[in-house]
Design a protein around this ligand. Structure first.
Ligand code: ATP
Ligand code: MG
Length: 355
């Protein structure tokens, strides 16, 4: 059941349209992620929900009530920012207590709730320190504790991990998810990191140019991209012209697409053919010249030139002695069922029509 509903959100800055009719809803306890390239409107949308910015048009409802008519400080929304936005002269505990003091909560209750919030983000031992004496990840956890401690009805996070190093990002993203589950709050999380979005979300809303491209579970977004933009933004896609490699020319299909991990090295001795559907078990194959090979242990990456296409292949669990020099002729095979089809507008063509 919808808890937060955004309906037809439009935001214009002069001649710039930052949001061009965005609609979605988020369920209670759901972790919902806005994913999209820089400038697609993610921050604008979050700020509009929080009340730091006003929509040009559209409606936002929270728990069945119009949210936009509520003044920002009464919306009861917690927000975590990319740049921490913590007060350097206040201790960790004082930072977390700030919102409660502003709400005139009684001192004893403040102490109790701050202690609880610090324990949740595992900062109890550092409660009396000043932020300057903390790591980036610890500072960001102050931000999370501060947003949570007021028990908001909605938690908004705008790229909270982007200032952190790779290792810390992985740790903290799991922590954020665990904390959100524990308190059972609806969360909207903004990122332009597709892997982070896949890892952390119940559902992802992919945006581009102020519009929603697709809303779905990580599996739907990655496995059944509705548009060529989603297909290429989330993960990597090889885009193939109809007619190349013997791929069918079907009315309405302007482009075929195939994930790198769906390409396999055809077995030694297997003869590469130009046509699709030639190899064993209905698999299609592509003959080409290796441009680049890198062995990464868990997987190997290949770039292959074939019929004017530059294909990327990702081979999982490669044999430990796998080494392919540039310039070698190889054959890649794939299952035609793994192809995605897009029309001239970049919209997905359903499998039954593309078959
Ligand atoms: N105050 C403003 N005045 C004018 N244009 C703005 C303003 N704020 C944002 N924009 C424009 O609105 C569009 C969306 O910006 P927004 O900050 O929402 O993008 P974003 O998706 O958060 O990008 P990023 O990933 O870089 O943070 C951009 O074209 C931006 O330049
Ligand atoms: Mg932003």
């Amino acid at each position: 059941m919808a808890y937060l509903t955004v309906d037809g959100a439009i935001k214009r800055y002069g001649t710039t349209t930052a949001l061009n009719g965005v609609s979605f809803s988020v369920a209670k306890g759901e972790f919902f992620t806005l994913l999209g390239p820089s400038g697609c409107g993610k921050t604008t949308l979050l700020r509009s929900i929080a009340g730091f910015s006003q929509l040009t048009d559209g409606r936002v409802d929270l728990a069945g009530h119009d949210l936009l008519s509520v003044p920002p400080h009464k919306r009861d929304i917690g927000m975590v920012f990319q740049d921490y936005a913590i007060f350097p002269h206040l201790t960790v505990a004082e930072n977390v207590a700030f919102g409660l003091k502003a709400r005139k909560v009684a001192a004893a209750e403040i102490r109790e709730r701050v202690a609880e919030a610090l324990a949740t983000v595992r900062l109890t031992a550092l409660a009396e320190r000043l932020p300057a004496a903390l790591s980036g990840g610890q500072q960001q956890r102050i931000g999370i504790a501060r947003a949570m401690v007021v028990k908001p009805r909605l938690l908004l996070m705008d790229e909270p991990l982007s200032n952190l190093d790779a290792k810390l990002r992985l740790d903290l993203r799991d922590e954020i998810r665990a904390i959100q589950r524990e308190i059972g709050i609806a969360a909207i999380y903004v990122t332009h990191d597709q892997e982070e979005a896949l890892a952390i979300s119940d559902r992802i809303c992919v945006m581009d140019h102020g519009c929603v491209e697709q809303i779905g579970t990580p599996q739907q977004i990655y496995g059944q991209p509705e548009t060529r933009f989603v297909a290429s933004f989330v993960g990597t896609m090889n885009l193939l012209a109809p007619g190349a490699f013997g791929l069918a020319q079907v009315p309405g299909v302007a482009q075929w697409a195939l994930r790198p991990e769906r390409l396999r090295l055809a077995e030694a001795g297997a003869r590469a053919r130009d046509g699709a559907g030639g190899a064993e078990n209905g698999a299609a194959s592509i003959a080409g010249t290796v441009e680049h090979f890198s062995y990464l242990g868990r997987e190997a990456h290949l770039t292959v030139q074939a019929q004017g296409h530059r294909l990327v292949a990702q081979i999982g669990a490669p044999p430990p002695d796998l080494a392919i020099e540039a310039g070698r002729q190889i054959s890649l095979s794939f299952d035609p069922a793994d192809l995605h089809a897009f029309d001239a507008q970049g919209r997905r063509v359903p499998a039954e029509r593309a078959a």
